[in-house]
Design a protein around this ligand. Structure first.
Ligand code: TYM
Length: 333
């Protein structure tokens, strides 16, 4: 039976990219009646420096974001990674299965470590092994993510396959990534060749889930575009990264096909399309951010939800870790 797992880092606030590329999809999979497990990956966040107070705040805020977006903590399991020690325990086993060369090829490692690899944390290097453990400690079969996670999910399959091969078992499943919809890669509002990211130094490059209506409208009004009107079909967006990005965002927010958006708005100037997009964005995001703010006023409720999620997650993870230890030959497992 399918089991869905995904994680989001509580490193800074949620962006429209996280919301459309991931969390909205998480809700859809929950609504399909699948078994869904969603995690705030605090252990991943600290692979780069996090101020402790900000990390706690961001973890609770992320939990509020999940719930505000429609994750039901009864139907889905919602928890933070550090509370379920089986993740870190399985990650150690995977550190011994994965090869240095695999890790060195990861583009996220190259991007985040930059020129000064000697100064990057060991955790940042091993990041993908912990991510594989997140998924495989539940024997998850499907992982909804944005496009930037493709390489990590391929590595997760490689680790599962190598473990199964080395120990002569068919224990870990080869997990499938689920990368679907119009917003698998939401781009910066300032530069259509770069991903929208919480770490971009320019706040104008992204929409934050906590932005108010005026800020959202202003960011969309100022978004970079070319001078041509919108094309009337998909092919007309091929060489127009910024235009394509705004149309994709519109489609994802409105839950429409890109072709449908262009059928309605093709031929319009951006001076007409941007206000329509801003209105749609405010209308869609305002209830989510209002609910997030409301939930953040009751952090006790959030913590109780995470307590319960932790228990339910451990009930699945503990037997799988135990079986892994037995396969590996740990005495007393
Ligand atoms: P993170 O925290 O960077 O992002 C969380 C999710 O949001 C997606 N995303 C985007 N999608 C579309 N456009 C964007 N601009 C955009 N920016 C972010 C990401 O693809 C992701 O799905 N390594 C993961 C966290 C993780 C994880 C896991 C995910 C840890 N363990 C196990 C899945 C399964 C990450 O850094 O996501």
């Amino acid at each position: 039976t399918p089991r869905v797992f995904s994680g989001v880092q509580p490193s800074g606030g949620l962006t429209l990219g996280n919301y459309l590329g991931a969390i909205k999809r998480f809700v859809e999979m929950q609504e399909q009646g699948l078994e869904t497990i969603y995690c705030m990956v605090d252990l991943h966040a600290i692979t780069v420096w996090q101020d402790p107070a900000k990390l706690s705040h961001a973890t609770r805020e992320l939990c509020a974001g999940f719930i505000a977006a429609g994750i039901d903590p009864e139907r889905s399991i919602l928890f933070n990674q550090s509370r379920v020690p089986e993740h870190a325990q399985l990650a150690w086993i995977f550190n011994c299965v994965a090869r240095m060369g695999w890790m060195k090829r990861m583009t996220q490692w190259k991007d985040k470590a930059g020129k000064n690899q000697e100064e990057a944390s060991l955790g940042l290097f091993a990041y993908p092994a912990l991510m594989a453990a997140d998924i495989l400690v539940y024997h998850a079969t499907h992982v909804p993510v944005g496009e930037d996670q493709t390489q990590h999910l391929e590595l997760t399959r490689d680790i599962a396959a190598k473990f199964n091969h080395d120990y002569g078992v068919e224990f870990f499943p080869l997990t499938e990534s689920v990368i679907e919809g119009a917003a698998t890669r939401v781009m910066s509002l300032r530069d259509g060749t770069r991903k929208m990211s919480k770490s971009d130094p320019s706040d104008m490059s992204r929409i934050n889930m906590t932005d108010d209506a005026d800020t959202i409208a202003q960011k969309i009004r100022k978004a970079r575009t070319d001078p041509e009107p919108l094309p009337s079909d998909h092919a007309g967006l091929a060489e127009r990264a910024e235009a394509r990005n705004l149309v994709n965002i519109y489609a994802a927010l409105a839950e429409m096909e890109v072709e449908q958006v262009l059928a309605e708005h093709g031929g319009k100037q951006f001076s007409a399309f941007k206000p329509a997009l801003a209105e749609l964005a405010v209308e869609t995001l305002a209830p989510v951010s209002a609910e997030m703010a409301r939930l953040m006023e009751a952090p006790g409720e959030i913590d109780a939800i995470l307590d319960r999620g932790t228990e339910r997650a451990r009930a699945i993870a503990a037997p799988i870790l135990k079986r892994t230890y037995e396969i590996v030959g740990m005495v007393g497992a």
